[in-house]
Design a protein around this ligand. Structure first.
Ligand SMILES: *[C@@H]1O[C@H](CO)[C@@H](O)[C@H](O)[C@H]1NC(C)=O
Ligand SMILES: *[C@@H]1O[C@H](CO)[C@@H](O)[C@H](O)[C@H]1NC(C)=O
Ligand SMILES: [Zn+2]
Length: 424
């Protein structure tokens, strides 16, 4: 009997790994320091298989955690025993995954029937890369594809360079998808690439004047290995992959959080030293080839004036620092620029963004890219967390891509114009 139960438990465990049926995302609100201490212990609990969708425990903001079906009962009991309030944010993760997959299959079929690119769909790496080639082909005088290196699994890393000429002009860097599962960031960047090209072609302000003085480099997929992995369908859990795919010191756990691996207070608080952690920082600063490639490219260019990174979700527009609560020397100006940019963004659909330093809006994070950029003298460094605020989290329906991209574009445009008008 005991053996039978053990086998049954094993089968159940295997089954649950395959599907996320019944997994819920809970939004948990700490109300006291005691609660925070209790919750911090959770991060160390590996038995429950918790997946943190947002980070940092604080009284000021809730934290979202995906809880596997098998742990749900025990976990909720644990929260209740500790008087910690929570709400169910996503009732069944698998349902959203199924819906997303069905949508992608439908969109793939559509692709053959209609010509032209479907911006209102999530696409795999191959399709995004071929989109880039056709964009370059349609705008050869404006856009070139720059290969800045290869990934751990030997995939090329590309940035689109929008330039009207000149040598090493002041430049703006925009990247998306450094965290693989944040699909709306890649999808928005695709739409934005197209929009930059169209606005230039149609002579729509302020893009032509921005491009008369500055170059724009846009990297749509900053973590290609992770992105490809997040599209593998044999196990639904792959969709929620965040990190790179490199081997670590723990054979059971792959990947480094590419936004904790930069040479900016590397290994400080706000990053994990455990290879199994979602925010594992890696063995050393820039140990990850993807980070090193971007950092080397930015440094060898030497004339970047703005560095922006697109993430999801939470609707935040943030500036340095993440590594601690000290104000950056340019904090008042960065705050003002971010505030105006978020107003521009809001003017489209009324989407509300919160503005502040990374430390004060999300959590302490060391080794983050915008801190690195800022410390290298790139003053206008910002990180975006796009839609939503948690209804769908990483699984934002594809019919929100275009409106997300459109509003984000208004903020990016504001910042680029500001950078253009404030040379330094
Ligand atoms: C939870 O609240 C109840 C009732 O207010 C109280 O008796 C109990 O001690 C609290 N438990 C914890 C762990 O704080
Ligand atoms: C933040 O980090 C900087 C650089 O390491 C340090 O000089 C400063 O004292 C720190 N501030 C706080 C509030 O910890
Ligand atoms: Zn992210």
């Amino acid at each position: 009997m005991r053996l039978y139960l053990a086998v049954f438990a094993l089968l159940a465990a295997v089954h649950c790994e395959e599907l996320l049926n019944g997994d819920q995302v809970l939004r948990i609100q700490a109300e006291s320091e005691d609660h925070i201490q209790v919750l911090k212990e959770l991060e160390k609990n590996v038995d429950w298989g918790l997946d943190f969708w947002t980070h940092g425990f604080s009284i000021e903001r809730p934290v979202d955690i995906r809880v596997p079906d098998t742990s749900l009962f025990a976990f909720k009991d644990f929260l209740r025993d500790n008087n910690i309030t929570f709400t169910v944010m996503i009732n069944n993760v698998q349902e959203l995954l199924d819906r997303e997959r069905a949508e992608m299959v439908m969109n793939a079929e559509k692709k053959y029937k209609t010509k032209g690119f479907n911006f209102a769909a999530y696409h795999n790496l191959e399709t995004i890369y071929s989109f880039m080639d056709s964009l370059v082909a349609s705008h050869p005088d404006l856009i070139t594809k720059v290969k800045i290196g290869s990934t751990y699994e030997d995939r090329p890393m590309y940035a689109l360079k929008f330039s009207t000429g000149g040598e090493k002009r002041p430049a703006v860097w925009i990247d998306a998808g450094i965290h693989a599962r944040e699909w709306v960031s890649h999808a928005s960047a695709v739409w934005i690439a197209d929009r930059i090209a169209l606005d230039f072609k149609d002579n729509r302000a302020p893009v032509p004047s921005i491009l008369s003085k500055m170059d724009i480099f846009l990297m749509i997929v900053a973590n290609p290995d992770g992105y490809v992995f997040s599209h593998l369908t044999e196990r639904p859990i792959h969709r929620l992959w965040r990190k790179s795919r490199s081997v670590t010191s723990n054979p059971k756990c792959l990947g480094v959080d590419l936004n904790r691996n930069w040479d900016a207070e590397f290994s400080g608080p706000g990053a994990s030293d455990d290879p199994c952690g979602e925010d594992y920082r890696g063995p050393s600063a820039q140990s990850e080839i993807e980070v090193k490639n971007i950092a080397d490219f930015i440094m060898s260019h030497g004339n970047f004036k703005s560095f922006m990174s697109l993430h999801a979700y939470s609707q935040l527009l943030m500036y340095p620092y993440g590594f601690n609560g000290t104000n950056a020397p340019d904090q008042p100006e960065l705050h003002e620029v971010a505030t105006q940019a978020s107003k521009a963004l809001n003017s489209w659909h009324g989407t509300i963004y919160k503005v502040g330093s990374i430390f004060h809006t999300i959590e302490q994070a060391s080794g983050a890219s915008v801190d690195w950029a800022y410390q290298r003298g790139i003053k206008y460094s910002f990180a975006f967390e796009l839609r939503d605020t948690g209804k769908y989290g990483f699984l934002l329906p594809a019919d929100q891509i275009v409106s997300t991209a459109r509003e984000t574009w208004l903020a990016l445009k504001y910042i680029m114009q500001y950078v253009c008008e404030h040379p330094y």
